[in-house]
Design a protein around this ligand. Structure first.
Ligand SMILES: Nc1ncnc2c1ncn2[C@@H]1O[C@H](COP(=O)(O)OP(=O)(O)OP(=O)(O)O)[C@@H](O)[C@H]1O
Ligand SMILES: [Mg+2]
Length: 448
């Protein structure tokens, strides 16, 4: 079955007639929402989508590009032919880059169109229409339901160029997921360029991201490629995107829209072909309503949103993670993998983990290193755990009736006392970034 998507009834009708005469089953949709419903509802019988690029009054093609990407997420193997207005070749090219099979321009030649349809149907015949292509998740440990669902979505988007936004608290594995998406994408042979936008100043942002020519500013001794250029044909990972200031957000938006930029000190625009994955632990929607994050930029980067659960919401994975971290650490330090007693595992499954998986990993490694014993007991871990986790009088983690917020607050207060208010040390100890620590100090109104 072929799905026709166009808001113009005349176009739907004439295409339907043409395709039916050629012996095809046809389904028509008048806009993006109905089209997506049709793709969802007929996933197994749909063989091709022919879609217009503009819906309603918009003529930029943005709606079409977005619909294309959404279709590709739902059904990566389903070929899409774009209908573009005559003369809008750049749009068609962008569409192809995003995974369209082909494009036709209005007004079309019937014979040509049927030929293109046949080609699309034959060439993609054996491609599975659903995401049963393999996604290598071997680096990511866990069977938790929320995590598995997230990885299923990641598997669907990996082969496309759709921008992905990864959300989650510190240490939940955002970077790991970004790496897996890149490694499972057609761009895998090309670079994954990581950029940490946390605390980057405006001038640094421009020279880092766009590059500069010799003499562009004092100290610019030689020409330098920016990160977007380095990522050509690959992926850019924009980490801590919530920390970017508003003026840099404008500049970033422009690049994401046009894929062109200029090196500092040069007026010639350069082009680069990159896919964007962004990550943050900030609530970008709240920031949009506070006017601290641009809505249009958010819209650009979050075509697909992946939310990583905090470790306290996926405690079922703790034993698996502990075993993996213990085995890996023992291997790299040339030791035998220590055994973790049942009681110790029980203890580890109850800790609050404000620093999530990173905190658990640090704890396991620290304990192996410090105890040096072939069998690890709960007391070995509690001795090396964060301050909160050792306060319980029974020797058990102080979960009791305390809320997670209480535990987090006292973990921070204890660590502050221990490190005499040294923020860097406290952040390292808790396995969170300094920015996060400052946010939490503010949240709990803790004074140093
Ligand atoms: N599911 C997982 N399986 C195995 N290791 C994991 C998993 N998730 C995270 N890790 C490990 O935990 C550590 C933290 O992960 P990562 O750096 O990806 O987190 P993050 O969300 O980017 O953190 P931050 O917000 O602090 O930058 C890394 O050492 C990573 O390898
Ligand atoms: Mg990270």
């Amino acid at each position: 079955m072929i799905l026709i998507v166009d808001d113009d009834k005349a176009v739907r009708l004439s295409l339907s007639v043409l395709l039916k005469r050629a012996g095809h089953d046809v389904l028509a949709a008048d806009g993006p929402e109905t089209a997506l419903d049709a793709v969802r509802g007929h996933r197994n019988s749909l063989r091709l989508v022919i879609m217009d690029m503009n819906f309603g009054r918009s003529t930029s093609g943005e709606d079409g590009l977005e619909l294309l990407q959404r279709v590709k997420v739902l059904s990566p193997g389903l070929p899409v032919i774009l209908i573009t207005a005559w003369g809008s070749i750049p749009l068609a090219v962008e569409g192809m880059r995003l995974g369209a099979f082909d494009f036709i321009t209005k007004p079309w030649d019937n014979r040509m169109l049927l030929q293109q349809v046949e080609t699309a149907l034959t060439l993609t015949h054996d491609v599975p229409s659903d995401a049963d292509t393999v996604f290598d998740r071997s680096a990511i440990i866990g069977h938790n339901r929320a995590l598995t669902e997230l990885l299923d979505t990641a598997a669907r988007v990996a082969p496309t160029d759709a921008p992905v936004l990864i959300l989650g608290e510190n240490g939940t594995g955002k970077e790991l997921v970004a790496q897996a998406i890149h490694a499972n994408s057609p761009r895998r042979a090309n670079p994954l360029v990581m950029v940490n936008l946390g605390g980057i100043s405006q001038s640094l942002f421009e020279s880092e991201m766009f590059g500069h020519v010799k003499g562009a500013y004092t100290g610019a001794g030689a020409d330098r490629k920016g990160r977007f250029e380095m990522a050509d044909k690959g992926t850019v990972f924009l980490d801590e995107i919530g920390d970017l200031d508003l003026s840099c957000q404008v500049k970033l938006l422009r690049v994401l829209q046009q894929h062109t930029f200029e090196r500092l000190g040069e007026s010639k625009p350069r082009k680069a072909d990159f896919r964007v994955i962004a990550a943050t632990n900030a609530d970008l929607w709240a920031m949009v309503s506070d006017h601290r994050f641009r809505e249009d930029l958010l819209y650009r980067i979050n075509l697909i949103t992946l939310r990583l659960p905090p470790l306290r919401e996926r405690r079922d994975d703790i034993p698996l993670l502990v075993e993996k971290f213990a085995a890996d650490f023992a291997k790299t330090s040339g030791m035998r993998t220590p055994e973790v007693s049942a009681e110790a595992m029980d203890y580890l499954c109850r800790l609050p983990y404000p620093g999530n998986i990173r905190e658990l990993k640090n704890l396991v490694e620290r304990t192996i290193l410090v105890s040096g014993s072939p069998r690890l007991e709960a007391s070995d871990f509690s001795r090396n755990a964060n301050p909160t986790t050792t306060v319980g009088e029974t020797g058990r983690p102080g979960l009791g009736s305390a809320s997670l917020d209480d535990l987090e607050r006292s973990a921070i207060e204890n660590a502050l006392r221990l490190h005499r208010g040294n923020i860097s040390k406290v952040a390292t100890e808790l396995g969170i970034t300094r920015q996060t620590l400052y946010r939490k100090l503010e949240k709990y109104d803790i004074r140093r």
